[in-house]
Design a protein around this ligand. Structure first.
Ligand code: SF4
Ligand code: SF4
Length: 380
C-alpha cells in the first residue's frame, strides 16, 4: 500500500469524521485492531455460561478478538454511533400500564441494521472515491465483532456496569456500527470510565441479571429471554418480566447519563402503529399473517410468531385480572403450540389467582387451577 504522511492521515481522519456526521452518525471514532485486553473478561463470561444458548458466541474467538483476522488486511476500525431514542418515548406510562405492551425503544421503528450498514457503506464509498486502493467492510451486529469493546477503544464512550456503551454527552440510547478499513489512520483515545460508585442499573434490573458490575447473565436478562431465547421462559422469572414483551430498557432508563441523551432525527426509528403502548389483548389476537404484516421491516419479525405469542402470554399473566384476558387465553389454549400453551397455562393460573374472590368461590378457583394444570380447558 502507498505510504501516507502523518499530516495526510490526520487530515483524512478529520474528513472521515465530518463525512460520517453528514451521513447521520452522531460520532465517529477510530481504533486499532488489538482487542486482546477484553479477552479474559469475555472468556470468563463464556465459561460461566452467561451467554445462555447463544453458542455462536463460543465460535470464532480469534476473529472476535482481532478484526484483522475477520477481514484480512484490516488496520483500523471506524466505529460509529447513531442515536435512536424517538420523541415521546413514554417510558413511565408504558411500563406502568400492565394491560399494555412494553417494547424496547430501539425496536419500535424500522430495523436499524440495514439503515446503519447502508450509511457505513456510503462512508466507505466516500473514502474510496479519494483512494481507489482502499478496502473496507461494514458490520452492524452481524458477525463476530466486539462492538462495545471497539467503541470504547475508539473513544465513543466507556462500557457501563450494564455492559453497554455510555457517552458523557449522549447517554446510551444509540446503535453502534463498524467499518473495517485497510488504512493506517491515527487512532482515538479511550475516554475515562465514569460509572464511579453508581450501581443504579444493577439495583433496578427486574430479574437481577447484572450479577456483578460489567457482567450480565443473559439467562436472566429480559432482552435475551424475549428475543434470543427459543425455549420455555423459567417459571421464576416470568412474574418479574411484567409487560416487557420485546426487550427491556430498565438498566438504560435508570442510568443518570441518559439525562444527556439526544432524540433521534431518523424518522425510521420513530414508533410504528401498534408498537407503542398497545393493548396486550389486541396484540395477542393477531394471527400469524397479521403478525408478519405488522412487523414487516421491524426487528421484531425475526423472533417469529411463536415467541411473540409466548412473550405476550407471560405479559397477560402479569396483567391485572380481566375477564376478557382470561377468556382470550382460554380460547387460544386449544390451538396453541406446545411452547405457547405452557405459557398460556401459566398466565391463566396467574389471572385466576388475581380474580376477585367475591366473584368466584376460592374452592372453584382452586379446581380451575387444577384442571388447567392437567391441560383441561375450563369449560370441560
Ligand atoms: S435489559 Fe433489563 S433485564 Fe437485561 S440487564 Fe438490563 S435491566 Fe436487566
Ligand atoms: S446506571 Fe450507573 S452504574 Fe449503571 S451504567 Fe449508568 S452510571 Fe454506570
Amino acid at each position: 500500500m502507498t505510504q501516507f504522511s502523518p499530516q495526510f492521515l490526520d487530515q483524512l481522519s478529520q474528513n472521515i469524521k465530518e463525512w460520517g456526521k453528514a451521513l447521520g452518525f452522531q460520532q465517529v471514532g477510530i481504533s486499532d485492531t488489538d482487542i486482546s485486553a477484553h479477552q479474559k473478561h469475555f472468556e470468563t463470561w463464556l465459561e460461566n455460561g452467561y451467554h445462555g444458548e447463544m453458542s455462536f458466541l463460543e465460535r470464532n474467538q480469534e476473529k472476535r478478538l482481532d478484526p484483522s483476522k475477520l477481514h484480512p488486511g484490516t488496520m483500523r476500525v471506524i466505529s460509529v454511533r447513531m442515536d435512536y431514542l424517538p420523541p415521546d418515548a413514554s417510558f413511565a406510562r408504558d411500563l406502568a400500564n400492565k394491560q399494555t405492551a412494553y417494547i424496547s425503544r430501539y425496536a419500535q421503528g424500522r430495523d436499524y441494521h440495514k439503515l446503519v450498514r447502508n450509511r457505513l457503506k456510503q462512508l466507505g464509498d466516500k473514502i474510496r472515491a479519494h483512494f481507489e486502493q482502499i478496502e473496507f467492510r461494514p458490520f452492524v451486529d452481524s458477525a463476530p465483532v466486539l462492538e462495545h469493546a471497539i467503541a470504547e477503544k475508539a473513544g465513543l464512550g466507556w462500557t457501563g456496569k450494564h455492559s453497554l456503551t455510555i457517552n458523557q454527552e449522549a447517554g446510551s440510547w444509540f446503535f453502534l456500527g463498524e467499518l473495517f478499513i485497510n488504512l493506517p489512520l491515527p487512532i482515538d483515545k479511550p475516554v475515562e470510565e465514569k460509572c464511579g460508585s453508581c450501581n443504579a442499573c444493577i439495583t433496578i434490573c427486574p430479574t437481577q441479571a447484572i450479577v456483578a458490575p460489567y457482567i450480565v447473565d443473559a439467562n436472566r436478562c429480559i432482552s435475551y429471554l424475549t428475543i434470543e431465547f427459543d425455549g420455555e421462559i423459567p417459571d421464576e422469572l416470568r412474574a418479574l418480566m411484567g409487560n416487557r414483551i420485546y426487550g427491556c430498557d430498565d438498566c438504560q432508563l435508570i442510568c443518570p447519563w441518559n439525562r444527556y441523551a439526544q432524540l433521534t432525527e431518523e424518522t425510521d426509528f420513530y414508533a410504528r402503529d401498534g408498537m407503542k403502548g398497545t393493548d396486550l389483548l389486541t396484540l395477542f389476537e393477531w394471527d400469524e399473517a397479521t403478525f408478519l404484516a405488522k412487523t414487516q421491516g421491524s426487528p421484531i419479525r425475526r423472533i417469529g410468531y411463536q415467541k411473540w405469542q409466548r412473550n405476550i402470554s407471560v405479559a397477560l399473566g402479569n396483567a391485572d385480572y380481566s375477564s376478557s384476558i382470561l377468556k382470550l387465553l382460554q380460547n387460544k389454549l386449544a390451538s396453541a403450540s406446545e411452547l405457547v400453551a405452557i405459557h398460556i397455562q401459566w398466565a391463566i393460573e396467574q389471572q385466576l389467582q388475581k380474580m376477585d374472590k367475591d366473584q368466584i368461590p376460592i374452592r372453584t378457583t382452586q379446581r380451575l387451577v387444577r384442571s388447567i394444570n392437567k391441560g383441561i380447558p375450563r369449560d370441560a
